[in-house]
Design a protein around this ligand. Structure first.
Ligand code: NAP
Length: 169
């Protein structure tokens, strides 16, 4: 099973601000949807709450240290709550997943990065106020296999570049 991180990151590493995304990028949301459709999406409890619902067509796995945490709309087989990142990955494997997507947030990205095989990064060409950041990562350990640039427009507040990177070591 591939372990893939998917994140939108600004020029200073910012990914979140006051519990939500620091930008409105419709093309990025569309890409997120098409890449993750049909797969397990693994996320920290705070990211789940920022999304606020179970995303259709995917298996949501919420990671929390609170055993009692059980949002009303979260029930198997579309949504699970687990107590660790390892348990989240194990669940996806046991369900026959081929590519698990780690969708955030900062705390979970930092812990999963050493295990990740792929990075689907949206580099947002701006610096926005942020209180959550993507972890430091060494570009030398990764090979870029795809790069698509996108200009800003009515639906996309800032220009950005989609990048797909695969781990080389
Ligand atoms: N730009 C992007 O691509 C992107 C993507 C996703 C999210 N975001 C943004 O990032 C922010 C949220 O990120 P965040 O770092 O604050 O929170 P987060 O990573 O989404 O969630 C943190 C929570 O996950 C649980 N957790 C973390 N490590 C754990 C472990 N080892 N075992 C069990 N549970 C664990 C804990 O939940 P409990 O407290 O319940 O125990 C912890 O409080 C929001 O602003 C969101 O909009 C941005």
């Amino acid at each position: 099973m591939l372990i893939s991180i998917i994140a939108a990151v600004d020029e200073h590493g910012g990914i979140g601000w006051q519990g939500s995304l620091p930008w409105r990028l419709s093309a990025d949301l569309k890409r997120f949807k098409s890449l993750t459709m049909g797969h397990h999406i693994l996320m920290g409890r705070k990211t789940y709450e920022s999304i606020g619902r179970v995303l259709p067509g995917r298996t949501t796995v919420i990671i929390t240290r609170s055993p009692a945490y059980r949002p009303a709309e979260c029930s198997p087989p579309h949504c699970y709550v687990v107590g660790s990142i390892e348990a989240a990955l194990e669940l996806a494997r046991a369900n026959g997943e081929t590519e698990a997507f780690i969708i955030g947030g900062g705390e979970i990205f930092a812990k999963v990065l050493p295990l990740a095989d792929r990075l689907y990064l949206t580099s947002v060409h701006v610096t926005r106020p942020a209180d959550v950041f993507f972890p430091e990562w060494d570009e030398e350990n990764w090979r870029e296999v795809e790069r698509v640039m996108q200009t800003a427009d009515e639906q996309n507040e800032y220009p950005f570049t989609f990048r797909l990177l695969e781990r080389v070591r």
